[in-house]
Design a protein around this ligand. Structure first.
Ligand code: GH3
Ligand code: MG
Ligand code: MG
Ligand code: MG
Ligand code: MG
Length: 299
């Protein structure tokens, strides 16, 4: 488990020193802020896991710091524990209603402070774990597990987004639809698992031939879609041709056998009436490439 970082924001040097001592003895990493503005600055630079917050400080007071933290999407999940001499029930209620995780009044008991900081940092750890899991699930939901490329669901989303954008800002948008040639034969000859490895190897070519703004994914089966924003038809044909020739030039090694693979492709230029219309146009090109003998790119 990683060490939690606690930011102590207090204008009193003595309080900072005492609290730092106690927290460091418990194994926390401690950073200090001398006033409200300093606290915000440090939260932005090096977001802590818990903020221990004084109320009365020069410049921004603790309530204002809390408001600023809660208004910042990057910082609003950091638990704030007030540690303050402001000890009326109104203060406590205002702090908690303002979004503080906890409220401790000075003078404080060291053991209680440690227990409450422990609870706050535990909450933060659970939140972080949840966030990581969500990010991982989100990633999985748009990934094709065999190739590691985007899946069709994500391609459709990207296509809609890019199409909308290209209409609005009037720039060219191309798509290339690429389909491995006679892939059924590869499966029949070498086995389905060898076929899977060929698909994986082809994904590698897509990866290495594309630029940063391009989006490539598995459209289905042995069919791949590449979205090329800000690219005219000649540009798209050139990209598809590079992928085609790289694929034909490098047989895939599977269990000591070298499997020659070729790919055919269709390219189309948008913005068309709809994202589906561009893909349809690319499919027409693909059909033409297939019927002209495969291992070629057409429009
Ligand atoms: P064409 O050149 O006309 O595209 O011929 P083809 O054989 O590639 O096309 P067809 O559509 O007849 O066959 C595609 C094959 O791809 C059939 C299917 O079993 C295989 N396939 C689809 N998905 C996968 C997969 O995930 N793994 C493997 N190994 N094979 C797959
Ligand atoms: Mg103070
Ligand atoms: Mg087919
Ligand atoms: Mg095929
Ligand atoms: Mg196919």
């Amino acid at each position: 488990m990683t060490t939690a970082t606690i930011l102590i924001a207090d204008d009193s040097l003595v309080i900072r020193a005492v609290v730092r001592d106690g927290l460091e003895n418990e194994g926390y990493r401690v950073i200090e802020a001398v006033d409200g503005l300093d606290a915000l600055r440090q939260c932005r630079e090096d977001p802590p896991d818990v903020v221990l917050l004084d109320v009365e400080m020069p410049g921004l007071d603790g309530f204002q710091v809390l408001t600023a933290l809660k208004g910042d999407a990057e910082l609003r999940d950091i638990p704030v524990v007030f540690l303050t001499g402001r000890n009326t029930m109104n203060d406590v209620v205002a702090g908690l209603r303002g979004g503080a995780h906890d409220y401790l009044r000075k003078p404080f008991e060291a053991a209680e402070l440690l227990a409450r900081v422990g609870a706050a940092s535990h909450i933060k750890m659970l939140q972080d774990q949840l966030q990581q899991r969500n990010a991982e699930l989100e990633r999985l939901s748009r990934t094709d597990s065999l190739t590691g490329l985007y899946n069709r669901r994500h391609l459709v989303e990207e296509l809609n987004r890019r199409h909308h954008d290209s209409v609005r800002h009037q720039y060219p948008l191309c798509v290339a639809l690429l389909d491995l040639d006679l892939f059924k034969q590869i499966n029949d000859t070498y086995g389905h698992s060898a076929g899977d490895q060929v698909l994986h190897a082809f994904a590698g070519h897509l990866h290495s031939e594309l630029r940063a703004g391009d989006v490539a994914g598995r459209w289905g089966g042995e069919e791949f879609l590449v979205i090329l924003p800000h690219t005219d038809l000649d540009g798209a044909l050139a990209v598809a041709e590079r992928i085609r020739s790289a694929t034909a030039a490098e047989p895939v090694s599977v269990d000591g056998q070298r499997i020659t693979v070729t790919v055919s492709g269709g390219c189309a230029l948008g913005p068309a009436d709809s994202p589906e219309a561009i893909v349809h146009l690319a499919d027409v090109g693909l059909y033409r490439a297939k019927s002209s003998g495969r291992n070629q790119i057409a429009t």
